[in-house]
Design a protein around this ligand. Structure first.
Ligand code: NDP
Length: 480
């Protein structure tokens, strides 16, 4: 079996133990044996990043551009191969997985450009003669902790800005999907990143993640994952005086008004709720539908759902791949059972058998729900959406905002008045008009409000808010 090691100070290092990575579409397909780092090895990776920081933080924008641009080119050239690996380890369909790899490549290209765009400001002082300069500097060693649902895009959108802005990185991917990040780290090392600039430590959150978060030598943590883990990390970052950024869950509403184009609305909801097996933090999980279109909407959704092909992620005809693992499958089924027991009517949601032994689940649509039901409060993180029938736009908006989360929200309508009002009043970080709540661009800010996010936005030029420290310098006359 192929063995994959950790990358520490430019060397591939065996772990304290190993874990196997198994394809959720096919239990007989083992992707490889991945090293699991100990706490001491994680400390070694942090020390390597710390040693590499003085030189890397002084590297020229051209050096950083060249590295990131080369990484982007290499990823894009291997899109098909890396996409297949991603589909095998996470269960996205091959088309979705190749799309995600392509996005990772574009992210590196974008942040290559950002390395050249680091500027500053010069402003006159309010005091006579003085000049004030506002500049940005790298923050130091950055610990990156990533979830399983975007095995290469999320690591890419954290690593690329970290390196572009002159920081050194220690990344810990989710245990379920180490393969894509291993390939990414390999590409970055091959492209000539100096030893210690990028370190990969695979293994458990409770050991590797915890060591990163507790270390006095880590200056900042960027985390994406669940609310519970994020909040625990936040408390520890405050205690150890670290900068931190959290992207957590969502319970994203999609409002469908009477005046919506039904086909547009159903397309957006099928995509937003069920593609990528609903395992997207931006998935549309609450479909809030006005009474005049409700019955036609539900009927058309169900007709479309009957035709969705669930199966092995590598089969080109598959539209929805498997759930990521047995634990997540049990969670999806538990929430479907709770929805039923609280009075919801469930369409779909049954286990499916296929030619291979995988975690296949038919997409589920829960109708006859009320906003207070568990299915409308908790994030399921699977191919499960609920429908809430409302009287009008005002009720829809109130329900859309009635959530502890605030990541993404959508509205399907042909009315500019309602679309504009929703854009301004949805309490979220991202609004989609006549488009699915999931599926975002790589060159603009990503993030949410309320319980979904904490700290500066990720992606686009806004990423510099997290990955740099601002310095204000006062220069007296005659200093030159
Ligand atoms: P988890 O919070 O369980 O894990 C996220 C990462 O944190 C993993 O790498 C995990 O390691 C690590 N971790 C676990 N415990 C600790 C700890 N004590 N200290 C430090 N690190 C730790 O989330 P999942 O991976 O299960 O991802 C699914 C969740 O992520 C969903 O709730 C989803 O909504 C959210 N998410 C949010 C996104 C957003 O941008 N808003 C995007 C994607 C997902 P391990 O490998 O051991 O699990």
């Amino acid at each position: 079996m192929t063995q994959f090691k950790n990358l520490i100070n430019g060397e591939w290092v065996a772990g304290e133990r190993c874990a196997i990575n198994v394809n959720p579409s096919d239990a007989s397909d083992v992707i490889g044996e991945f090293a699991q780092a100990s706490a001491a090895q994680t400390q070694d990776a942090i020390a390597a990043a710390r040693s590499a920081f003085p030189a890397w933080s002084q590297s020229t924008p051209q050096q950083r551009f060249d590295l990131l641009d080369q990484v982007g080119t290499a990823i894009l050239a291997r899109k098909g191969e890396l996409g297949k690996l991603l589909a095998r380890e996470e269960g996205k369909t091959l088309a979705e997985a190749i799309g995600e790899v392509g996005r990772a490549g574009q992210i590196f290209k974008f942040f290559a450009g950002e390395a050249l765009r680091i500027g500053g400001e010069i402003v006159p002082s309010v005091r006579p003669g003085l000049t004030v300069e506002i500049t940005r500097e790298p923050i130091g060693v950055v610990g990156l902790i990533t979830p399983w649902n975007f095995p290469i895009a999320i690591p890419a959108w954290k690593i690329a800005p970290a390196l572009a802005h002159g920081n050194c990185v220690v990344i810990k991917p989710a245990e379920l999907v180490p393969g894509s990040v291993w390939e990414l780290a390999n590409v970055i090392a091959d492209a000539g990143a100096p030893p210690g600039v990028i370190n990969l430590v695979m293994g458990r959150g409770s050991i590797v993640g915890e060591t990163l978060v507790q270390s006095a030598d880590v200056d900042a943590i960027s985390f994406t994952g669940s609310v519970a883990t994020g909040q625990a990390i936040a408390a520890k970052c405050v205690a150890t005086n670290k900068k931190f950024q959290l992207e957590m869950g969502g319970k994203n509403p999609m409002v469908v008004l009477d005046d919506a184009d039904l086909d547009v609305a159903v397309d957006a909801c099928i995509n937003g709720s069920f593609y990528s097996t609903g395992q997207r933090c931006t998935a549309s999980s609450r479909l809030i539908v006005t009474a005049g279109i409700h019955d036609r909407f539900v009927e058309t959704m169900q007709a479309r759902m009957r035709r969705l092909k669930v199966g092995n992620a590598l089969d080109p005809s598959t539209q929805i791949g498997p759930v990521v693992d047995a634990t997540q499958l049990a969670q999806d089924e538990r929430y479907i059972d709770i929805a039923r027991s609280e009075g919801g009517s469930v369409f779909g949601g049954q286990r499916l058998m296929a030619a291979t032994d995988g975690f296949f689940l038919a997409p589920a649509l829960v109708t006859e729900t009320t906003p207070a039901m568990t299915i409308n409060r908790d994030e399921v993180f699977g191919p499960v959406a609920s429908v809430i029938k409302v009287a009008d736009y005002e009720e829809a908006l109130a329900i859309a905002n009635d959530s502890r989360f605030g990541l993404s929200a959508g509205i399907c309508t042909t009315s500019l008045k309602f679309a504009s009002h929703f854009k301004r009043h949805a309490q979220v970080g991202m609004v989609m008009i006549n488009a699915a709540t999931a599926g975002v661009d790589y060159h603009v800010p990503f993030g949410g409000r309320k319980g979904s996010s904490y700290g500066p936005r990720e992606q686009g030029s806004h990423a510099r808010e997290f990955y740099t420290a601002v310095k204000t310098t006062y220069i007296a006359p005659g200093s030159a």
